[in-house]
Design a protein around this ligand. Structure first.
Ligand code: M6R
Length: 366
């Protein structure tokens, strides 16, 4: 059942190119620079009528939501707020009939997310769910659904569900941008072309597996890790840290790289590995200098950079090189070394990778 892999988590990591292809299948209208989302249930008129988007989720799905905020604001110019489900419910959120509320949940059964959706509906918002489990509670109660086609995810640590959530967010962004007239045909085509390249880029990134295993051996003794990223890659730093916490029980924190100097820089010494997400792209120079600040204080940097980046490779203790080809889909590709690093550290520490202590695959209590 594990298809020759030692753990479900590793199997699911390697299934990701397939999961992404399945999530794209039948949905791309490449000529029109648009997509077809069969269960979205929202007309162009309705999509035009919304004046804000609120995305609500927990855990890894919340990290996907943070990437979604970047995508939607960038391409659709609608303000997007992201909230943790258990926080949203206990505020007095500004939500009305002109709000679109998006719920992201792999299982579709997370109690806090379900309750947040009910609250949003009570206030008149249209609710769209991004779910992996067909006919789950959240999928059934939402007005519309964008299903991810990751297939059953067994490992408690979410991997393939996360990357397909990101794909669903790219697709939704295209639909929203096109329907509102904020995205041109050419811009839609360009974004489609970028997502179409994802499975091949992921296959390339998966070749890092053996290198990451070797790297993991050198950092097992660390008690804390810091993960830094900026822009769209900041949520991937959060996700990398969460993966490590969940399965290796090492304390890890994700931080926006530019915020480091406002506090966490005090923690840096030769005992704390710092994972720096520094692919080519608009934030490259800034993150590069954040990396130099870490090194100048004796920090040990594990950099994740674009293939062939000899400048990063020359500075960092370790450079994991990923194919980036344009920054648009970098968050997805960066996720792979994050997952592999957490996985190998956990395996080498001998933890129960698929069933980490104290955690459940779906959290059905509030
Ligand atoms: O099923 P959901 O996506 O609603 O689950 C949300 C979180 O419980 C989940 O992502 C959790 O954080 C994972 N264990 C992360 O790997």
């Amino acid at each position: 059942e594990k298809g020759g892999y030692k753990h479900f988590m590793l199997k699911e990591i390697f299934e990701q190119p397939r999961a992404v292809r399945d999530t794209l299948a039948g949905r791309l209208r490449e000529e029109e620079g648009d997509v077809y989302l069969e269960d979205l249930q929202l007309s162009d008129e309705q999509l035009k009528g919304i004046d804000r988007v609120t995305i609500i989720a927990c855990g890894t799905s919340w990290h996907a939501a943070l990437v979604g905020k970047f995508l939607i604001e960038e391409h659709c110019r609608v303000p997007v707020e992201v909230d943790i489900a258990s926080e949203f419910r206990y505020r007095n959120p500004v939500i009305d009939e002109k709000s679109l509320v998006m719920l992201i949940s792999q299982s579709g059964e997370t109690a806090d997310t379900l309750a947040a959706m009910r609250e949003a509906r009570r206030r008149g918002a249209k609710c769209v769910a991004i779910c992996n489990v067909v006919d789950s509670s959240i999928a059934r109660e939402a007005d519309g659904v964008v299903y991810t086609h990751a297939g059953p995810e067994i490992g408690v640590a979410s991997t393939k569900a996360f990357v397909t959530q990101l794909i669903a967010l790219y697709l939704f962004t295209i639909r929203l941008g096109r329907s509102r007239g904020m995205m041109t045909v050419d811009a839609g085509r360009a974004l489609i072309a970028a997502v179409v390249r994802v499975p091949a880029l992921m296959e390339e990134a998966l070749k890092l597996n053996e290198q990451v295993e070797k790297v993991a051996r050198n950092y097992l003794q660390a008690r804390d890790f810091l993960y830094l990223g900026r822009g769209m890659n900041y949520p991937i730093a959060l996700e990398g840290a969460l993966k490590l916490k969940e399965i290796s029980y090492i304390h890890a924190e994700g931080y926006p790289a530019g915020e480091m100097k406002h506090g966490p820089i005090a923690l840096i010494d030769e005992h704390m590995p710092v994972v720096v997400l520094v692919p080519q792209g608009s934030n490259y120079e800034k993150v590069f200098s954040n990396m130099e600040e870490v090194i100048a204080r004796g920090g040990r940097v594990i950099a994740v950079c674009s293939q062939g980046d000899s400048e990063v490779a020359a500075k960092a203790e370790v450079a994991l090189e990923i194919p980036t080809e344009g920054e648009e889909v970098a968050p997805i590709i960066l996720s792979i070394p994050m997952q592999l690093l957490a996985y190998h550290v956990a395996v080498l520490k001998g933890t129960d990778v698929d069933q980490p202590r104290n955690l459940a695959k779906s959290v059905t209590v509030e």
